[in-house]
Design a protein around this ligand. Structure first.
Ligand SMILES: Nc1ncnc2c1ncn2[C@@H]1O[C@H](COP(=O)(O)OP(=O)(O)OP(=O)(O)O)[C@@H](O)[C@H]1O
Ligand SMILES: [Mg+2]
Length: 256
Protein backbone atom coordinates (compact mmCIF):
# COMPACT_ATOMS: atom_id res chain seq x y z
CA UNK A 1 0.00 0.00 0.00
CA UNK A 2 1.13 3.54 -0.74
CA UNK A 3 0.89 5.84 2.25
CA UNK A 4 1.39 9.57 2.74
CA UNK A 5 2.02 10.38 6.38
CA UNK A 6 1.80 13.97 7.57
CA UNK A 7 3.63 14.52 10.84
CA UNK A 8 2.35 17.48 12.85
CA UNK A 9 4.92 19.83 14.29
CA UNK A 10 4.21 19.16 17.96
CA UNK A 11 4.87 15.45 17.46
CA UNK A 12 8.42 16.27 16.46
CA UNK A 13 9.22 18.24 19.61
CA UNK A 14 10.59 15.38 21.72
CA UNK A 15 13.29 12.83 20.88
CA UNK A 16 11.14 10.10 22.42
CA UNK A 17 8.19 10.81 20.14
CA UNK A 18 10.40 11.07 17.05
CA UNK A 19 12.00 7.73 17.92
CA UNK A 20 8.59 6.13 18.32
CA UNK A 21 7.39 7.50 14.97
CA UNK A 22 10.59 6.30 13.29
CA UNK A 23 10.07 2.78 14.71
CA UNK A 24 6.49 2.73 13.46
CA UNK A 25 7.54 3.85 9.98
CA UNK A 26 10.27 1.20 9.94
CA UNK A 27 7.72 -1.46 10.83
CA UNK A 28 5.43 -0.38 7.97
CA UNK A 29 8.31 -0.27 5.48
CA UNK A 30 9.28 -3.81 6.50
CA UNK A 31 5.68 -4.82 5.84
CA UNK A 32 6.18 -3.72 2.23
CA UNK A 33 4.37 -0.37 2.36
CA UNK A 34 5.62 2.57 0.33
CA UNK A 35 5.77 5.68 2.47
CA UNK A 36 6.37 9.39 1.95
CA UNK A 37 6.47 11.70 4.97
CA UNK A 38 5.54 15.40 4.92
CA UNK A 39 6.11 17.40 8.07
CA UNK A 40 5.25 20.74 9.65
CA UNK A 41 7.01 22.51 12.48
CA UNK A 42 4.80 25.45 13.26
CA UNK A 43 5.31 25.64 17.00
CA UNK A 44 9.09 25.43 16.73
CA UNK A 45 9.03 28.12 14.06
CA UNK A 46 6.86 30.38 16.23
CA UNK A 47 9.37 30.02 19.09
CA UNK A 48 12.28 30.81 16.79
CA UNK A 49 10.49 33.86 15.39
CA UNK A 50 9.59 35.05 18.89
CA UNK A 51 13.35 35.04 19.64
CA UNK A 52 13.74 37.42 16.69
CA UNK A 53 10.97 39.63 18.09
CA UNK A 54 8.57 38.60 15.33
CA UNK A 55 5.07 37.81 16.51
CA UNK A 56 3.47 34.95 14.53
CA UNK A 57 0.14 35.78 12.91
CA UNK A 58 -2.30 33.27 11.44
CA UNK A 59 -5.31 33.72 9.15
CA UNK A 60 -7.60 30.73 8.52
CA UNK A 61 -4.91 28.59 10.12
CA UNK A 62 -2.22 29.85 7.69
CA UNK A 63 0.93 31.61 8.86
CA UNK A 64 1.31 35.13 7.47
CA UNK A 65 4.78 34.98 5.87
CA UNK A 66 6.33 38.39 5.08
CA UNK A 67 9.48 38.05 2.89
CA UNK A 68 11.73 39.07 5.79
CA UNK A 69 10.92 35.90 7.72
CA UNK A 70 11.54 33.48 4.82
CA UNK A 71 15.12 32.94 5.96
CA UNK A 72 13.87 31.88 9.41
CA UNK A 73 11.18 29.64 7.86
CA UNK A 74 13.85 27.84 5.82
CA UNK A 75 16.25 27.56 8.74
CA UNK A 76 13.66 25.99 10.98
CA UNK A 77 11.49 23.86 8.66
CA UNK A 78 13.99 22.79 5.99
CA UNK A 79 16.87 23.02 8.48
CA UNK A 80 16.52 22.06 12.13
CA UNK A 81 13.19 20.22 12.02
CA UNK A 82 13.88 18.30 8.82
CA UNK A 83 17.49 17.40 9.70
CA UNK A 84 16.54 16.27 13.20
CA UNK A 85 13.78 14.07 11.84
CA UNK A 86 16.10 12.51 9.25
CA UNK A 87 18.72 11.87 11.94
CA UNK A 88 16.14 10.11 14.10
CA UNK A 89 14.95 7.98 11.19
CA UNK A 90 18.55 7.02 10.45
CA UNK A 91 19.03 6.11 14.09
CA UNK A 92 16.05 3.76 13.83
CA UNK A 93 17.56 2.16 10.72
CA UNK A 94 15.37 3.92 8.16
CA UNK A 95 17.22 5.32 5.13
CA UNK A 96 15.55 8.71 5.18
CA UNK A 97 16.27 11.48 2.69
CA UNK A 98 15.28 15.00 3.74
CA UNK A 99 14.10 17.38 1.05
CA UNK A 100 11.77 20.25 0.30
CA UNK A 101 9.29 20.70 -2.51
CA UNK A 102 11.91 22.85 -4.24
CA UNK A 103 14.11 19.81 -4.87
CA UNK A 104 13.78 18.42 -8.41
CA UNK A 105 10.72 20.65 -8.88
CA UNK A 106 8.71 18.26 -6.73
CA UNK A 107 6.16 20.84 -5.54
CA UNK A 108 5.52 24.06 -7.45
CA UNK A 109 3.41 26.79 -5.91
CA UNK A 110 2.16 30.30 -6.59
CA UNK A 111 1.28 33.10 -4.18
CA UNK A 112 -2.01 32.25 -2.47
CA UNK A 113 -2.96 35.76 -1.37
CA UNK A 114 -0.78 38.90 -1.29
CA UNK A 115 -2.09 39.62 2.24
CA UNK A 116 -0.43 36.40 3.44
CA UNK A 117 2.98 37.20 1.94
CA UNK A 118 4.97 34.19 0.78
CA UNK A 119 2.31 31.59 1.55
CA UNK A 120 2.14 29.26 -1.41
CA UNK A 121 -0.79 27.56 -3.07
CA UNK A 122 0.32 24.29 -4.65
CA UNK A 123 -0.03 24.37 -8.43
CA UNK A 124 1.74 21.21 -9.47
CA UNK A 125 3.38 18.14 -8.01
CA UNK A 126 6.00 16.20 -9.94
CA UNK A 127 6.26 12.92 -8.04
CA UNK A 128 9.22 11.62 -10.09
CA UNK A 129 11.89 12.04 -7.42
CA UNK A 130 9.62 10.70 -4.67
CA UNK A 131 8.81 7.60 -6.75
CA UNK A 132 12.50 6.98 -7.46
CA UNK A 133 13.42 7.34 -3.80
CA UNK A 134 10.72 4.99 -2.52
CA UNK A 135 11.46 2.48 -5.30
CA UNK A 136 15.11 2.47 -4.19
CA UNK A 137 14.20 1.83 -0.57
CA UNK A 138 14.57 5.38 0.72
CA UNK A 139 12.07 7.24 2.85
CA UNK A 140 11.50 10.78 1.54
CA UNK A 141 10.87 13.27 4.38
CA UNK A 142 9.54 16.46 2.81
CA UNK A 143 9.53 19.85 4.55
CA UNK A 144 6.57 22.05 3.65
CA UNK A 145 8.46 24.46 1.39
CA UNK A 146 7.69 24.74 -2.33
CA UNK A 147 9.38 26.27 -5.33
CA UNK A 148 7.72 28.75 -7.64
CA UNK A 149 8.19 30.67 -10.86
CA UNK A 150 11.39 32.65 -11.37
CA UNK A 151 13.13 31.03 -8.43
CA UNK A 152 10.46 31.93 -5.90
CA UNK A 153 10.24 30.03 -2.61
CA UNK A 154 6.97 29.58 -0.75
CA UNK A 155 5.92 28.50 2.70
CA UNK A 156 3.10 26.00 2.19
CA UNK A 157 0.83 24.88 4.99
CA UNK A 158 2.06 21.38 5.80
CA UNK A 159 -1.42 19.85 5.56
CA UNK A 160 -1.92 21.31 2.06
CA UNK A 161 1.55 20.09 1.12
CA UNK A 162 0.66 16.59 2.35
CA UNK A 163 -2.66 16.62 0.52
CA UNK A 164 -1.07 17.76 -2.76
CA UNK A 165 1.74 15.20 -2.52
CA UNK A 166 -0.78 12.46 -1.70
CA UNK A 167 -2.74 13.32 -4.84
CA UNK A 168 0.41 13.64 -6.97
CA UNK A 169 1.64 10.24 -5.80
CA UNK A 170 -1.80 8.62 -6.04
CA UNK A 171 -1.51 7.09 -2.56
CA UNK A 172 -4.09 4.68 -1.14
CA UNK A 173 -4.24 6.47 2.17
CA UNK A 174 -3.39 9.86 3.66
CA UNK A 175 -2.79 9.88 7.43
CA UNK A 176 -2.59 13.13 9.37
CA UNK A 177 -0.82 12.46 12.66
CA UNK A 178 -1.60 15.34 14.97
CA UNK A 179 -1.75 16.27 18.65
CA UNK A 180 -5.48 15.68 19.25
CA UNK A 181 -7.55 12.50 19.06
CA UNK A 182 -9.18 13.57 15.81
CA UNK A 183 -11.83 16.08 14.83
CA UNK A 184 -13.95 17.14 17.81
CA UNK A 185 -17.56 18.30 17.63
CA UNK A 186 -19.10 21.33 19.36
CA UNK A 187 -19.26 19.41 22.66
CA UNK A 188 -15.66 18.24 22.41
CA UNK A 189 -16.60 14.66 21.50
CA UNK A 190 -14.57 12.78 18.89
CA UNK A 191 -16.20 12.49 15.46
CA UNK A 192 -15.32 9.03 14.14
CA UNK A 193 -16.60 9.31 10.58
CA UNK A 194 -16.87 12.46 8.52
CA UNK A 195 -17.96 13.09 4.94
CA UNK A 196 -16.45 15.94 2.93
CA UNK A 197 -19.77 17.79 3.28
CA UNK A 198 -19.83 17.37 7.08
CA UNK A 199 -16.27 18.66 7.23
CA UNK A 200 -17.31 21.79 5.30
CA UNK A 201 -20.12 22.35 7.80
CA UNK A 202 -17.72 22.10 10.76
CA UNK A 203 -15.64 24.86 9.18
CA UNK A 204 -18.69 27.02 8.37
CA UNK A 205 -20.02 26.61 11.92
CA UNK A 206 -16.60 27.54 13.32
CA UNK A 207 -16.34 24.27 15.22
CA UNK A 208 -13.14 23.41 13.38
CA UNK A 209 -10.89 26.46 13.59
CA UNK A 210 -7.19 27.34 13.29
CA UNK A 211 -4.98 24.35 12.55
CA UNK A 212 -7.95 22.00 12.28
CA UNK A 213 -9.69 24.26 9.76
CA UNK A 214 -6.56 24.12 7.59
CA UNK A 215 -6.35 20.35 8.06
CA UNK A 216 -9.97 19.74 7.09
CA UNK A 217 -9.63 21.93 4.00
CA UNK A 218 -6.58 19.89 3.01
CA UNK A 219 -8.43 16.64 3.72
CA UNK A 220 -11.42 17.72 1.60
CA UNK A 221 -9.05 18.61 -1.24
CA UNK A 222 -7.43 15.16 -1.00
CA UNK A 223 -10.84 13.46 -1.21
CA UNK A 224 -11.72 15.63 -4.21
CA UNK A 225 -8.49 14.53 -5.84
CA UNK A 226 -9.47 10.90 -5.55
CA UNK A 227 -7.74 9.80 -2.34
CA UNK A 228 -10.23 7.32 -0.93
CA UNK A 229 -8.98 7.05 2.63
CA UNK A 230 -8.04 10.03 4.77
CA UNK A 231 -7.60 9.82 8.52
CA UNK A 232 -6.82 12.32 11.27
CA UNK A 233 -5.42 10.59 14.34
CA UNK A 234 -3.45 11.27 17.51
CA UNK A 235 0.24 10.72 16.86
CA UNK A 236 1.00 10.74 20.59
CA UNK A 237 -0.72 7.38 21.02
CA UNK A 238 1.44 4.28 20.66
CA UNK A 239 1.29 2.38 17.36
CA UNK A 240 -1.17 4.88 15.93
CA UNK A 241 0.50 4.87 12.53
CA UNK A 242 0.23 1.10 12.12
CA UNK A 243 -3.40 1.20 13.21
CA UNK A 244 -4.26 4.17 11.02
CA UNK A 245 -2.65 2.52 7.99
CA UNK A 246 -5.21 -0.25 8.41
CA UNK A 247 -8.07 2.19 8.86
CA UNK A 248 -8.41 1.34 12.55
CA UNK A 249 -6.91 4.50 13.93
CA UNK A 250 -9.43 5.38 16.65
CA UNK A 251 -9.49 8.91 15.26
CA UNK A 252 -11.51 10.55 12.53
CA UNK A 253 -11.94 8.77 9.20
CA UNK A 254 -12.97 10.94 6.26
CA UNK A 255 -14.65 9.66 3.14
CA UNK A 256 -15.93 11.29 -0.05
N1 LIG B 1 -12.91 20.95 16.09
C1 LIG B 1 -11.63 20.72 16.40
N2 LIG B 1 -11.24 19.45 16.69
C2 LIG B 1 -9.96 19.18 17.00
N3 LIG B 1 -8.97 20.11 17.06
C3 LIG B 1 -9.30 21.39 16.77
C4 LIG B 1 -10.64 21.75 16.41
N4 LIG B 1 -10.66 23.09 16.16
C5 LIG B 1 -9.40 23.54 16.34
N5 LIG B 1 -8.56 22.55 16.71
C6 LIG B 1 -7.14 22.72 16.98
O1 LIG B 1 -6.38 22.21 15.89
C7 LIG B 1 -5.14 21.73 16.40
C8 LIG B 1 -4.47 20.83 15.38
O2 LIG B 1 -3.90 21.60 14.35
P1 LIG B 1 -2.38 22.11 14.40
O3 LIG B 1 -2.13 22.89 13.16
O4 LIG B 1 -2.11 22.79 15.71
O5 LIG B 1 -1.54 20.74 14.45
P2 LIG B 1 -0.74 19.98 13.31
O6 LIG B 1 -1.28 20.37 11.97
O7 LIG B 1 -0.76 18.55 13.66
O8 LIG B 1 0.75 20.53 13.45
P3 LIG B 1 1.58 21.51 12.45
O9 LIG B 1 0.66 22.61 12.04
O10 LIG B 1 2.74 21.98 13.26
O11 LIG B 1 2.02 20.66 11.30
C9 LIG B 1 -5.53 21.07 17.69
O12 LIG B 1 -4.46 20.94 18.59
C10 LIG B 1 -6.65 21.97 18.22
O13 LIG B 1 -6.13 22.93 19.11
MG1 LIG C 1 -1.25 22.45 11.29
Amino acid sequence: MKLLVKLGGTLLETAERRASLARQVKHLLRGGHEIVVVHGGGKRLSRYLAGLDHKSEFRRGLRVTPPEILDAVLRVLAGSVNRQLVADFQKAGVQAVGLTGIDAGTVQASQLDPDLGLVGKVERVDPGLLHRLTASGYLPAVACIAGGEKGAIYNVNADQMASACAAGLGVNRLVFLTDVGGVLDGEGALIRALSAGDAESLIQEKIAVGGMEAKLRAAIEALRNGIRHVSIVNGHEPDMLARASEGAGFGTELSP
